[in-house]
Design a protein around this ligand. Structure first.
Ligand code: S3P
Length: 174
């Protein structure tokens, strides 16, 4: 069984995923990293040179491959939820955890890592975050557990996930 992390950009998937993998002694996989090494370019340049539809095609292929693995923490790009086929693949052997955050929190975190998120490279990034979140809200609900990360430390989020996974494996998630 894999643990899959979904969520909007800057919701903490990478930091949470790395600590979670360490604690569970699972392999940590980041689909964006695989895409970058497959194409040989950073995500921003893939978007610039080839456009978003091309990126989404590669993303789906990578998702299909990583979904076949076992005992991995899989951190996904924020838009992975938009394609049903991605979710079906990830769910085939995975528990899906969705990390959420308020637009203002995302905006603050975005400013700490400038220039790596092409979709938010807009004149008004906060408004763009709000627009995309609104559009994607329903897609992010397709998960086994949603955790709001605004007021939690990485450690606390990881603890919540581990507790949920234990219950999930016992067949009791209430
Ligand atoms: C995207 C999120 C990014 C990356 C790409 C598109 C999105 O990943 O896959 O820039 O559509 O939300 P992170 O969520 O890791 O930033």
């Amino acid at each position: 069984m894999n643990i899959v992390l979904t969520g909007f950009m800057c919701t903490g998937k990478t930091s949470v995923g790395k600590l979670l993998a360490k604690k569970l002694q699972f392999e940590y996989i980041d689909t964006d990293e695989i895409i970058e090494s497959t194409i040989g370019l950073p995500i921003t340049q893939i978007f610039e040179r080839y456009g978003e539809p091309y990126f989404r095609e590669i993303e789906s292929k990578v998702v299909q491959e990583v979904s076949k693995k076992n005992n991995c923490v899989i951190s996904t790009g924020g838009g992975v939820v938009l394609r049903k086929e991605n979710m079906l693949n990830l769910r085939s052997n995975g528990i899906i955890i969705n990390l959420t955050a308020l637009p203002e929190t995302i905006f603050k975190r975005l400013n700490q890592q400038p220039g790596v998120r092409p979709l938010l490279n807009k004149p008004n990034p906060l408004q763009e975050i709000k627009n995309l979140l609104e559009y994607r809200k329903e897609f992010y609900k397709d998960c086994d557990l949603q955790i709001s990360t605004d007021n939690l430390s990485i450690e606390e989020i990881v603890t919540q996930i581990i507790e949920f996974v234990k219950k999930y494996e016992l067949g009791n998630t209430n």
